[in-house]
Design a protein around this ligand. Structure first.
Ligand SMILES: NC(=O)c1ccc[n+]([C@@H]2O[C@H](COP(=O)([O-])OP(=O)(O)OC[C@H]3O[C@@H](n4cnc5c(N)ncnc54)[C@H](OP(=O)(O)O)[C@@H]3O)[C@@H](O)[C@H]2O)c1
Length: 264
């Protein structure tokens, strides 16, 4: 049976790469994000790799829309095997005293309330399938980063929420994944807003890009996809790192050394 897996923030960056790995594994992947055109391009790549894609263009800063989309996937497919809560925003960047409260509120909705509502909508089906939840975390969930107050606070909330859900739901594997520093639009936004960040921090992120030290999305995405397909119960409640050699090896032996070439 083809596993049915929801990936949020699947239109680009890490989420798009997770969807492609899941396509390579033959999964049915429900792709959620705002940009329909980008989602349709990712859907074509998922299907070219052997998977099936369902496209859900929606704004997850309205968490109720996300919960309805989860219900729709379960109704259409008759089951759900995993939920990857990946959509997220780094905005607003700037000191707490200076950022727009409306932007802070949007970050709470997208980074924290949306994963909560999606998990609530998904849990009954995930209990039945003994499925998995992968919540995408960050080092900033457990240390302060000046100028990223909303990001740190919402990701910290999501981290402890994940461990709490794991403790409540013995039939479901629920874990957090730290994907490293990844070469996506989010890193571009961090570099663009350097004037709102402490100089040493801005220089650090610019340096990573200049030295070619950002991780390509497909590397942490392979581990995320494997966790969604096969993450073991003993990982439930944990914050796992994409660099963990055992996970990297397990992911590569299940999914292959690299994403196969498909027409653009
Ligand atoms: N990049 C890094 O270095 C890094 C490091 C640690 C953790 N992470 C985490 O990894 C995850 C993915 O980040 P990324 O680097 O791939 O970021 P990205 O390139 O900016 O992609 C973000 C994704 O989220 C979607 N999204 C944004 N706002 C949305 C909204 N309101 N409703 C629905 N979808 C929305 C975007 O699609 P649309 O614009 O089409 O909606 C896009 O698909 C995030 O949770 C992030 O916190 C990233």
């Amino acid at each position: 049976m083809q596993p049915v897996i929801i990936v949020t923030g699947a239109s680009r960056g890490l989420g798009a790469a997770v969807a492609e790995w899941l396509g390579q594994a033959g999964a049915i992947v429900a792709l959620m994000a705002r940009n329909q055109e980008d989602l349709e391009q990712v859907a074509r790549r998922v299907e070219a790799r052997g998977g099936k894609a369902l496209v859900y263009p929606l704004d997850l800063s309205n968490p109720e829309a996300g919960a309805l989309a989860v219900q729709s996937v379960i109704e259409r497919c008759g089951r759900l095997d995993a939920l990857v809560n990946n959509a997220g925003t780094i905005h607003p960047i700037g000191k707490l005293a200076e950022v727009d409260p409306a932007h802070w509120h949007q970050a709470v909705q997208l980074n924290l309330v949306s994963p909560i509502r999606l998990m609530q909508a998904a849990l009954p089906a995930l209990r039945q399938s003994r499925g998995r939840i992968v919540n995408v975390s960050t080092g900033a969930a457990s240390r302060p980063v000046p100028s990223w107050s909303a990001y740190c606070a919402t990701k910290a909330g999501l981290l402890l929420l994940t461990a709490t859900v794991a403790a409540e739901e013995p039939e479901v594997v629920c874990l957090s994944l730290r994907p490293g520093v990844v070469d996506t639009d989010m890193q571009g936004q961090i570099r663009e807003h350097r004037h709102k960040m402490p100089t040493d921090l801005a220089d650090y992120f610019h340096g990573l890009k200049e030295k070619g030290e950002l991780e390509p999305p497909e590397v942490p995405a392979q581990v995320a996809a494997w966790l969604a397909l096969e993450g073991h119960p003993e990982l439930s409640g944990q914050l796992v790192d994409y660099q963990d050699p055992k996970l990297r090896q397990a992911a590569a032996s299940r999914l292959g050394a690299s994403l196969s070439q498909v027409p653009a």
